[in-house]
Design a protein around this ligand. Sequence first.
Ligand SMILES: NC(=O)C1=CN([C@@H]2O[C@H](COP(=O)(O)OP(=O)(O)OC[C@H]3O[C@@H](n4cnc5c(N)ncnc54)[C@H](OP(=O)(O)O)[C@@H]3O)[C@@H](O)[C@H]2O)C=CC1
Ligand SMILES: O=C(O)CCC(=O)C(=O)O
Ligand SMILES: [Mg+2]
Length: 414
Amino acid sequence: MGLENLKIPEWGERIGWDGQKISVPDKPIIPFIEGDGTGPDIWRATKRVLDAAVEKAYGGQRKIAWVEVLAGEKAFNLTGNWLPDETVEAIQYFRVAIKGPLTTPVGGGIRSLNVTLRQVLDLYACVRPVRWIPGVPSPVKRPQDVNMVIFRENTEDVYAGIEWPSGSAEAEKLRSFIERELGKKIRPESGIGVKPISPFGSKRLVAKAIRYALENHRDSVTLVHKGNIMKYTEGAFRDWGYQVAKEQFADVVLTEDELYSQFNGQLPTGKKVVIKDRIADSMFQQVLLRPSEYSVIATPNLNGDYLSDALAAQVGGLGMAPGSNQGDEHAVFEATHGTAPKYAGQDKVNPGSLILSGEMMLRYLGWTEAADLVVKGLEKAVADKQVTYDLHRQMEGATLVSCSGFGEAIVARM
Ligand SMILES: NC(=O)C1=CN([C@@H]2O[C@H](COP(=O)(O)OP(=O)(O)OC[C@H]3O[C@@H](n4cnc5c(N)ncnc54)[C@H](OP(=O)(O)O)[C@@H]3O)[C@@H](O)[C@H]2O)C=CC1
Ligand SMILES: O=C(O)CCC(=O)C(=O)O
Ligand SMILES: [Mg+2]
């Protein structure tokens, strides 16, 4: 194990794993990645809030032993490597981590480090809750009706980055193979990407979404796909989703068709979750017009990416959009948004998304009291109209606070 270079507090302890669930010591070692762009600003505010919440909830009996691990520009500048092995090994070993956003160049350059981390750690579910915090300005009439949790498949689909550029030998080889062997035409000089979606990847993601719905008393899981057009990838995702629901959860779930054809739309005794599906384009208008009909959403990678930002906008924007990447044994918490580079180093952006990702992390550790304090402080800060620029520009009579100032406003109200 190559963790010698890390500054690990000697009082910290490793989070355990019993083959089914994590076991959390009172002083868990948790690696963090600061992130690029505005990452350092939002991470500083987040750490301040999480430490204060843990201290207030447990009075020193519990404390997080933070350990910095490098990725992105900071890693490259210090080590010449964008994602040092040590970082991956540390997260693998310590099991739970939190990260700021990392830059991915468009059209060339390095592949996404964010996606790489999800793939190498097999963090197959990107879990992004979307709910409205009272007082946050929203472009929709009833933001309180938006309360959804997106389960986005996190390791497959076009997002996995299997693609070749226009004019490359590989693209040409693939094009002529497809033409010669499979009888399909692709225009010369096309860039070519591959969209793999497997029964294994789809079923484990949908099963995780259904388990979440059952554990959290949510009444539906909607499979969102573009299966009318991409029949054997997105359409298959839908079919495998229904299949796993039948195979693993038959006694407690039923399909929307069964609900209406057999039970007049009323959930019968014993059944807890309705499984339904929507085609992706229609789903984007459904979540705007009829949000209260949707609760847990399970969807392939790219749809989930688009839907995450769109839903975040409905409840006030990317400044309040938390998330996590979860496997079975490992989890990395991160905001939905990116590095917002134009605001880097200005102590300006909203740290709310990373703070709420940290709140998810505390809940994942089972530290409910501290998580509740974070929510309480944040809700009160918004209610008192102490907000960063993104919310301030849409609110009447609000006080503009900095990124760190928002963190302090939360801490003062826990
Ligand atoms: N998981 C990750 O690490 C992710 C990384 N990225 C990467 O981030 C980089 C930048 O991506 P980009 O497309 O600009 O998307 P970003 O999400 O970084 O920013 C887009 C816009 O969203 C708003 N926004 C984002 N974060 C905040 C915040 N904390 N508080 C308030 N407003 C916020 C800003 O809007 P406004 O201009 O209106 O103020 C910002 O200009 C790219 O390299 C991309 O690949 C992107 C997404 C996720
Ligand atoms: O990895 C990136 O740069 C973008 C990732 C992204 O947009 C997301 O995961 O939502
Ligand atoms: Mg995204």
